[in-house]
Ligand binder design. Structure first.
Ligand code: AMP
Ligand code: ZN
Length: 470
């Protein structure tokens, strides 16, 4: 099966040739852990999980290394720590915020059916030289200074973008376009406005590490250059993230890594997912138009969110709507009706599904094909029907779907959508009848039954109303 991937750097879809088929290596930028992730942040988690699954299918489970970092040093984290834990020393407060948020992220990713990456390094473990000799940020910065690609100025260490002739190739920004002009205010200490921070000084109440440039903290980009090299080497196969990371983050990661090692590439394929949008606007914290994964999981099974995400090709924008979630839920319900409680996932993967996914992750095409497989069950009997069932399950699992039994899937339904309104209304009528004949044992029994269904009832003069427990 030939895998073809679109590369943002060369702007073409081309055959994927791994550097080492025994160890296919992928790095994806992970979350900054200061708050709940929103459903837009879930897009790279799900998209690159599908790629991880596909690579494991093509090269073997033991022959793929997937690294996704956790950014646990960032000024947004400091602000949140000071706000949430004003009475704790800052370092302790920061640790509380990052540990709690990372745990929430892991729970969300699992609910969305994402496999854990092979390694999940935390930035703060890679600031200073390590006992195990794995790449660290301070050593990388020293190398950049020594090779003339970085300089100290104004209490910072900056990357010298003019020292790299093809700086800007990934995002298509040319240095000439960025010369100091009317619109760009140049920080006085920078040689060029595009020069970016590798290391900055920390004041007493900011987190900091002792370095050759004083007590300070790293810039954002250098962490991924260090952690990717630590686990994947100087040059690796695939580097991924959302579209908004192309500039400045990936452009600068690439510049740092190539200049520190004198290599002509950092990764052979740069892959970027498009935006998840609400009414034509990118979902983001700053726009305020976001909904967290956690909030959505209160209304929908995680698998429905996942299918809904994969119905659109990863490079296209997604319009996130309730109507489309309803549609995804219907699809998944109908597929689980077919596969039932069958736990055998060793069926044969449909060739078209694998081929469509191998064409730059055509998940929409693969889902259409799954619909066709599901429809082909009609009219089959016995052995043939079992074949369809198993093929549907094994093929859907390439997308991380239908991994559960029908029973487990139904149990993963949040109570809010599992409640059957007719049944609730009938139970309330029966309870009212029991109360009218003063059979309080029965009326309490029915109330307990409703509570177990996740329904809260309220009695008033006007009658009995009910709502979903939150
Ligand atoms: P951040 O925490 O903002 O760095 O985002 C974490 C990941 O989510 C990055 O790969 C972003 O590119 C991605 N991301 C953020 N917002 C969206 C969105 N609305 N749609 C798709 N991806 C997004
Ligand atoms: Zn990164």
């Amino acid at each position: 099966m030939d895998l073809r991937l679109y590369d943002t750097l060369t702007k073409e879809k081309r055959p994927f040739v791994p550097l080492d088929p025994d160890n296919v290596r992928m790095y994806v930028c992970g979350p900054t852990v200061y708050d709940f992730a929103h459903i837009g942040n879930a897009r790279p988690v799900i998209v690159f999980d599908v790629l991880f699954r596909l690579l494991r299918h093509l090269y073997g489970e033991k022959h793929v290394t997937y690294v996704r970092n956790i950014t646990d040093v960032d000024d947004k984290i400091n602000a949140r720590a000071a706000q949430d834990f004003p009475d704790l020393p800052l370092n302790e407060a920061i640790r509380k915020v990052t540990e709690k948020t990372a745990a929430q992220f892991h729970a969300d990713a699992a609910a969305l059916g994402a496999l854990p990456p092979t390694f999940e390094p935390r930035a703060t473990d890679f600031v200073l030289p390590r006992a195990d000799g794995k790449t660290d940020m301070v050593t990388l910065i020293k190398q950049l200074i020594a090779s003339g690609h970085a300089y100290e100025a104004g209490g910072e260490v900056l990357f010298d973008t003019q020292s790299m002739p093809d700086y800007g190739a990934l995002s298509g920004r040319k240095l000439d376009e960025q010369r100091p002009g009317a619109r760009v205010a140049v920080d006085a200490h920078k040689k060029s406005p595009l020069d970016f921070v590798l290391w900055k000084q920390s004041s007493g109440d900011e987190p900091g590490w002792e370095s050759p440039w004083g007590r300070g903290r790293p810039g954002w980009h250098i962490e991924c250059s260090a952690m990717s090299e630590a686990y994947l080497g100087e040059v690796f196969d695939i580097h991924g993230g959302g579209l908004d990371l192309i500039f400045p983050h990936h452009e600068n990661e690439l510049a740092q890594s190539r200049c520190a090692h004198g290599t002509s590439v950092m990764a052979n394929y740069w892959m970027h997912n498009g935006f998840l949008e609400v009414e034509g606007k990118k979902m983001s914290k700053s726009e305020g138009n976001f909904v967290t994964i956690r909030e959505l999981l209160a209304d929908w099974p995680g698998e429905v969110l996942r299918l809904n995400m994969l119905r659109t090709h990863y490079r296209s924008p997604i319009d996130w709507t309730v109507a489309s979630l309803e549609e995804s839920k219907k699809t998944l319900n109908s597929w689980y009706e077919i596969v039932g409680d069958n736990t055998n996932s060793a069926g044969e993967v449909d060739e078209s599904v694998a081929a469509l996914l191998s064409d730059d992750l055509n998940t929409a095409g693969a889902i259409a094909r799954l619909h066709a497989i599901a429809a082909s069950r009609v009219g089959t009997v016995g052995r043939l029907q079992l074949d369809v069932k198993e093929k549907l399950k094994a093929s859907a699992m390439m997308l991380g779907l239908l991994g559960k039994t029908k029973k487990e899937y139904l149990e993963s339904y949040p109570k809010a959508v599992a409640v059957n309104k007719e049944l609730v209304n009938a139970s309330i009528a029966a309870r009212n009848a029991a109360r009218a004949r003063k059979d309080f044992k029965e009326s309490d029994r029915i109330r307990d039954e409703l509570t177990a269904m996740g329904v809260v009832i309220k009695d008033s003069k006007e009658g009995t109303t009910w709502e979903i427990a939150r």
